[in-house]
Design a protein around this ligand. Structure first.
Ligand SMILES: [Zn+2]
Ligand SMILES: [Zn+2]
Length: 168
């Protein structure tokens, strides 16, 4: 999905709105990270001229299928990411601003999505701030009381039963 900036470059107006676009993507792999979208990503933005440069500002809505990093519960999370940068040809670089690389005077919206995902990979997903995670011994979900390790009903080895009496 690409937006041509050729026409905008020749016009006297200084801004150009990019209407909401739904990217036809359900799945994306970047390096060894995989992203599954339960709803297709949406992107919109604005281009503005600044001296000899064109600056792009984008808002991206991403609907991710994720797992709680503690209890592995499947989650549907939506995020809104912002990607801003100067549009630059591959061989040009500006140091005072993030760069969005363009080719043949076209902005690649899929690339903007990739930038947004890469910049936000450090997000740790939890089903709940207070998620208790999984029991390290039995693997039971501690939120659902699936773990019996510390429970009274847990079958105590008869040999240990005596020890319990001594400790009373
Ligand atoms: Zn959890
Ligand atoms: Zn347990």
């Amino acid at each position: 999905m690409e937006i041509s900036i050729k026409e905008f470059k020749g016009l006297s107006k200084t801004t150009m709105a990019i209407e909401n676009v739904v990217l036809p993507i359900d799945y994306k792999k970047i390096g060894n990270l995989e992203y599954h979208f339960y709803k297709k990503p949406e992107i919109r933005g604005k281009l503005s001229k600044d001296k000899s440069r064109i600056i792009g500002e984008f808002e991206i809505n991403v609907f991710l299928e994720e797992q709680c990093s503690r209890c592995l519960k499947e989650l549907h999370n939506s995020y809104e990411f912002q990607v801003d940068g100067v549009l630059v040809d591959e061989n040009l670089e500006y140091e005072d601003f993030e760069s969005i690389i363009i080719e043949d005077e076209k902005v690649n919206l899929t690339q903007i999505l990739e930038i947004a995902l890469i910049e936000n990979t450090s997000i740790k997903t939890l089903c709940d701030e207070g998620c208790k995670g999984l029991c390290k011994t039995c693997g039971g979900n501690l939120n659902l009381d699936e773990c019996i390790c510390d429970s009274e009903e847990y079958d105590v080895d008869p040999r240990l039963e005596k020890l319990k009496d001594i400790l009373k």
